[in-house]
Design a protein around this ligand. Sequence first.
Ligand SMILES: NC(=O)c1ccc[n+]([C@@H]2O[C@H](COP(=O)([O-])OP(=O)(O)OC[C@H]3O[C@@H](n4cnc5c(N)ncnc54)[C@H](O)[C@@H]3O)[C@@H](O)[C@H]2O)c1
Length: 262
Amino acid sequence: MAGRIQDRVAVVTGGCSGIGLATVRRFVAEGAKVVIGDLSDERGAEIVAELNGEAGGDVATYVHVDVTDKTQVDALFQTAKDAYGSVDIAFNNAGISPPEDDSILDTDLEAWRRVQEVNLTSVYLCCKAALPHMLEQGRGSIINTASFVAVMGAATSQISYSASKGGVLSMTRELGVQFARQGVRVNALCPGPVNTPLLQELFAKDPERAARRLVHIPMGRFGEPEEMASAVLFLASDDSSFMTANTFLVDGGITGAYVTPL
Ligand SMILES: NC(=O)c1ccc[n+]([C@@H]2O[C@H](COP(=O)([O-])OP(=O)(O)OC[C@H]3O[C@@H](n4cnc5c(N)ncnc54)[C@H](O)[C@@H]3O)[C@@H](O)[C@H]2O)c1
């Protein structure tokens, strides 16, 4: 049986871990060819070997890319075109959440800038690289990873992270509107807290902070990467064909809640 994105070509940044990796696996399971862009070369080689081995053919490619570097990002998308013939899906997902990004009172300019580069400038570069391919084809789906913190404030602040995700959300909305009549859809995935290395590292240092956040989630648990992959697949596929410029919240009910269950 054909998959939901059979023979489409997808680029996934940050595809070696967490939400990106779960999405890479789901995309391949649904018939896509995937180009992973990440910094984790060893892990990338293992993932690609595993996926190609399981499929018995060439379904996945790994490219070393720092998403803050324009030349490397352009080369990533060109690789998808050269290796598999098109760029149908761009999941611009790589991001960081370093501990030195905290309250505005304690976060220095260097930490602020680093997070803006990796989380926001990267999405600008990836969209800029993906769009010409998609406009030429007259078809494409871009999914940018923002966060629920793009629409809500937290007293446990990571000031540059939240600001970067607000930027990703606004940029996504604008691009979705601009290219709506040219066959290219652009949507933002806004995950709630998800059980990935990014969150685990952050909370391992501060269990009290983790507990404080958990209390605000109506479902009473963090999300799993596979649950995000299902949402990304929906946005990537024709199942979401009337959706663009959307704030797609997958957050266990956080943004709908005033008082959570005991
Ligand atoms: N985990 C959460 O709770 C959560 C919640 C909301 C949003 N998000 C967002 O989801 C995205 C994925 O997060 P995750 O939790 O899966 O993180 P993760 O740390 O598990 O994975 C991130 C991946 O991005 C890669 N990466 C980091 N910097 C890079 C760079 N400069 N160039 C290329 N690759 C780079 C890492 O090597 C890693 O493989 C991020 O944008 C994050 O902000 C995560």
